[in-house]
Design a protein around this ligand. Sequence first.
Ligand SMILES: Nc1nc(=O)c2c([nH]1)NC[C@@H]1CN(c3ccc(C(=O)N[C@@H](CCC(=O)O)C(=O)O)cc3)CN21
Ligand SMILES: O=c1ccn([C@H]2C[C@H](O)[C@@H](COP(=O)(O)O)O2)c(=O)[nH]1
Length: 264
Amino acid sequence: MQPYLDLLQRILNEGTRQEDRTGTGTLAIFGHQMRFDLSQGFPLVTTKKLHLRSIIYELLWFLKGDTNVRYLQDHKVRIWDEWADETGDLGPVYGKQWRDWEAADGRHIDQIAALVHQINTNPASRRQIVSAWNPGEIEKMALAPCHCLFQTQVADGKLSLQLYQRSGDAFLGIPFNIASYALLTHMLADQCGLKPGHFIWTGGDTHLYLNHLDQAREQLTRDPYPLPTLKILRTPDGIDGYDYKDFEISGYEAHPHIKAAVAV
Ligand SMILES: Nc1nc(=O)c2c([nH]1)NC[C@@H]1CN(c3ccc(C(=O)N[C@@H](CCC(=O)O)C(=O)O)cc3)CN21
Ligand SMILES: O=c1ccn([C@H]2C[C@H](O)[C@@H](COP(=O)(O)O)O2)c(=O)[nH]1
C-alpha cells in the first residue's frame, strides 16, 4: 500500500493548516490520485489492522438502498452511529441516491441497476456514472456525500473504476473508502463476466485531522506487508444479492490496529 503511505507523507510535508466544520482542524492538500491494479492484490492498508467486516457490511448496506443504521447495528457495525437521528435515520444518503434517485419528473432512478445494464449492453459507453451528489437533497442528508461520484470503463475484458471523493479523512475514512470501492469493482466485474482492472482514487480536499498526526507518523515507521487477495465464492443473480460470507480475503497480514477519534 505504498500509494497510501505516499499520501500520508505528502499531507505531512505539504499540507496547509485549515479550519474545518468539525472544529478539529486539519492539514490538507487539494487534488491527489492513487491507482491500484487489482490483479496485483486487494488494496487493504497493512500498516494498521483494518476492520474489514465494517467495510463489507457498509457496502452491502449501500447496495440494498438502505439509509438507516439499524442494519449496520444488527451486524455490530457502529461507524455511522454518530450521524443518525433517534430512529437511526440518516436522510437520503448513498443508498437512496444509488438505488432510488428521485428525478424532477417523478421518475425513480436505480443508478446501480442502470450501470450494470450499461456495462453489459454498451461497454464502450463513456457515460457509466453513478452520482450520490444530489444538490436538491443535500440539506436533508445527515452528512453530504464524501465519495460523491464514480465512473467505470470496460477495456480488454477488464472493468476499471474511478472514484471522485470531494473530502477525505486520510487516517480513518480513506483506508475504508479504498477497500470499499475496490470491493465494488470486483463485484461489478463479477456480475458482468469481466475481470477487475484498476481502481483509481481521486480526491479533492484530502486531510489529516490534527489529532491523527501522531498516528499517521507511527504508520510511516512501519514496513507494509504484501497485499492480500480477494476471492468471490458465489455469484448471485443481482449486485444486491451478495452476503458477507461470499467474500474470502486470504493472506491479510497487518501491523496492530491504531486507535483514533472520529471528528463529528
Ligand atoms: N470525520 C469523519 N471521518 C470519516 O471517515 C467519516 C465521517 N467523518 N463520517 C461518515 C463516515 C463514517 N466513516 C467512518 C467512521 C468511523 C470510522 C472508525 O472509527 N474507524 C475505526 C474503527 C473501525 C470499526 O469500528 O470498524 C478504525 O480504526 O478504522 C471509520 C469510518 C467514514 N466517514
Ligand atoms: O466515506 C467517507 C465519509 C466521510 N469522510 C470524511 C471526510 C471528512 O473528514 C468528513 C466529512 O466532513 P465534510 O465537512 O462534510 O467534508 O468525513 C471520509 O473520509 N470518508
